[in-house]
Design a protein around this ligand. Structure first.
Ligand code: CTP
Length: 473
C-alpha cells in the first residue's frame, strides 16, 4: 500500500530527508506514532520519528545543515539518537536497532539492525508501521506485522511474543492501557494475559513515567476504560492501592453500601464530560479515598464514613508525594476539593442559614464552581427522578450562594480591617491580640453578626478590644 504524501504539510521536509539519505547511501523511514496517527486521521502529530539503516546521528546533522537557519542538533550517543526542532516539529532520527534487555534493567543492549529488526522491537504492531522515504518506493507502507489490519480492527498486539515485549520494557504495560483508553482500542487477549503475568515488573519503572501515562489516561474521553484495565491487570493495586481498597460491598443486618470504586470510576467519566482540567479530574478520582479507612457499621444508623473527606484530603498529600506528582498549588487544589466534596450536599436543606453558605463561599473561594462541577459528577444514581431532584438541589444551593455573595462579598475574603489598623487603634506592638481580634472579625462576618464593612468591623474591634482589656489610644 502506498500512502499519498503529496498533500502532507511536511512533504518538503520528507523530500529533503529522502534526498540526503539517498546521497549518503542510507535508507530512511518514518515510524511510530506519527504513522499511526496519520493513518487514524488524528490531528497532525508534531513528533516525527525517522529510522535509518545506517547512522541516525549523521543523517540528522546532514539534514539540519540544509535547513535555514540550521537548528541545533541534540545527540544522545548512548541510544544512537539525534533530535532537533523545526517549525514546531520535534524530529528524532535513530539508526535501526536490534535490542535485548537484561532481566533487572530497562537499559537495553543495542546492536545495529535492519528496518525489520527495528520494527520487531517496538511495542505494538500499530506503532511498528513504517512509511518509506526512499526514492524507489516513496510513501510505501512497510508493515511486516499486519499493523494496518490491527489499526482497522482497533487492536493492540505486540509484534513479538507479548511476555517478551512487556518484560523487555514494562512501561509498555501502561502504554497498552493508555492507548486502549485514548484510542478506544482493545488489548489483544494474549497481550492482556501477559500483562497480568508480568505485572510485578511495573515496579522497575520510575513513578514519573508511570504518571505520564496515567495522566494521559486521566485526560482521555472516558478514563474509566483505562482505570478498569489497570484494575483488571493488577497495576492499579500496585500503584494506587488506596483506590482498589474502595472495591466491594459489605452487608450487615441486610444493609449494604455502594461499591465506592465503581462509583468513583463513574464520577471520573461524568466529570470528564464537563472539564479538561486534569486536577479536577484527579479530585473526582480521589474524592472518596477516605471512605475505605473510615467505613463503619453503626447500629441504628447503618454504614457510615464519618470524616472521610477530612481524612481523604490528608491522604492526598501522601499519595501525591508517593506518585511524584506536583506538591504545590495543584495538590492543594485537589486536597481542598476532596475536603469540601460533601459540604454543598449538607446545605440542601431549605432552612440552611446564610452563615453556612457564607462559610462555604469563604472556604471554597475561587474554586466554588469547580466544587459544583464535582458535586454534579458525583450524582451516579440510576433513578432518573432522584437524579433530577439532586441536580435541582444543587442549582438551588448555587443560586442561594450567589445571593449571599452579592450581598456579603466573602469570596476571596479580604479582612475589612488590617492588623496595622488594629495596632494603631490600641497603640499595640505586633502580638497575639492582633491575631485574635482579626479572627474574631472574620468569624463575626461569616456568622452574619456584622457586615463585611470597615466601619462595622471597627466598632466591633473596639467592643472586643475592651473585653480583652485594651484601651483605645
Ligand atoms: N516505543 C516502544 N516502546 C516504548 C516507547 C516507545 O516500542 N516503551 C516505540 C513505539 O514504536 C512508538 C515509538 O517508539 O510508536 C515512539 O514513542 P513515543 O513517541 O513515546 O510514543 P508514540 O507512539 O509516538 O505515541 P504518543 O506520541 O501518543 O506518546
Amino acid at each position: 500500500m502506498n500512502i499519498n504524501l503529496t498533500q502532507n504539510r511536511n512533504l518538503k521536509l520528507f523530500k529533503l530527508i529522502s534526498t540526503i539519505a539517498q546521497n549518503n547511501g542510507q535508507s530512511v523511514y518514518i515510524v511510530g506514532g506519527y504513522v499511526r496517527d496519520l493513518l487514524l486521521n488524528r490531528s497532525a502529530p508534531t513528533d516525527i520519528d525517522f529510522v535509518t539503516e545506517g547512522n541516525g546521528m549523521s543523517l540528522a546533522k546532514a539534514v539540519a545543515q540544509q535547513i535555514e537557519p540550521s537548528p541545533k542538533v541534540s545527540l544522545f550517543k548512548n541510544y544512537g539518537t539525534a533530535m532537533f526542532k523545526h517549525k514546531g516539529l520535534d524530529l528524532e532520527f535513530v539508526g535501526a536497532r536490534k535490542e535485548s534487555y537484561a532481566e533487572h534493567s530497562r537499559n537495553p543492549l543495542v546492536e545495529n539492525g535492519t528496518l525489520e529488526d527495528d520494527q520487531k522491537r517496538r511495542d505494538f504492531t500499530v506503532n511498528a508501521l513504517a512509511i518509506s522515504l526512499n526514492q524507489e518506493n516513496f510513501g510505501d507502507l512497510i508493515d511486516p506485522f499486519n499493523g494496518l489490519q490491527d489499526l482497522q480492527h482497533k487492536i493492540l498486539r505486540t509484534p513479538l511474543e507479548p511476555s517478551q515485549t512487556y518484560s523487555d520494557d514494562p512501561l509498555r504495560m501502561m502504554r497498552a492501557i493508555r492507548f486502549a483508553s485514548t484510542l478506544n482500542f482493545k488489548i489483544e487477549e494474549n497481550s492482556l494475559a501477559a500483562i497480568k503475568k508480568e505485572v510485578e515488573r511495573i515496579r522497575i519503572v520510575s513513578m514519573e513515567r508511570i504518571m505520564v501515562e496515567f495522566n494521559k489516561i486521566m485526560l482521555s474521553e472516558r478514563p474509566s476504560l483505562g482505570l478498569k484495565l489497570m484494575e483488571e491487570t493488577g497495576i492499579l493495586h500496585l500503584v494506587i492501592p488506596e483506590l482498589t481498597a474502595l472495591k466491594g460491598i459489605e452487608e450487615v443486618d441486610g444493609q449494604t453500601h455502594k461499591d465506592n470504586f465503581w462509583h468513583t470510576l463513574e464520577v471520573v467519566d461524568n466529570i470528564s464530560q464537563n472539564t479538561e482540567n486534569l486536577w479536577l479530574r484527579w479530585a473526582a478520582l480521589l474524592h472518596d479515598i477516605g471512605k475505605a479507612p473510615t467505613k463503619k457499621f453503626v447500629e441504628g444508623s447503618g454504614w457510615t464514613f464519618h470524616g472521610h473527606e477530612f481524612l481523604g484530603s490528608k491522604m492526598v498529600k501522601n499519595l501525591f508525594h508517593r506518585l511524584k506528582l506536583p506538591l504545590g498549588t495543584d495538590m492543594k487544589y485537589v486536597q481542598k476539593l476532596v475536603k469540601l466534596s460533601s459540604r454543598p450536599i449538607a446545605l440542601i436543606d431549605d432552612g440552611t442559614s446564610d452563615s453556612a453558605l457564607r462559610r462555604l463561599l469563604f472556604d471554597a473561594g475561587e474554586d466554588l464552581e469547580d466544587l459544583f462541577i464535582l458535586n454534579k459528577a458525583d450524582i451516579t444514581t440510576k433513578n432518573s427522578s432522584k437524579q433530577t431532584k439532586f441536580k435541582k438541589n444543587f442549582e438551588y444551593v448555587a443560586l442561594k450562594i450567589k445571593e449571599v455573595e452579592e450581598k456579603d462579598h466573602v469570596r476571596n475574603f479580604q479582612p475589612p480591617i488590617s492588623g496595622e489598623e488594629i495596632m494603631a487603634m490600641f497603640g499595640l506592638k505586633p502580638g497575639r491580640e492582633i491575631g485574635i481580634l482579626k479572627e474574631k472579625v472574620k468569624e463575626a462576618i461569616l456568622e452574619g453578626e456584622i457586615g463585611n464593612d470597615k466601619d462595622e468591623a471597627r466598632n466591633f474591634v473596639i467592643k472586643e478590644g475592651e473585653t480583652l482589656g485594651l484601651i483605645l489610644s
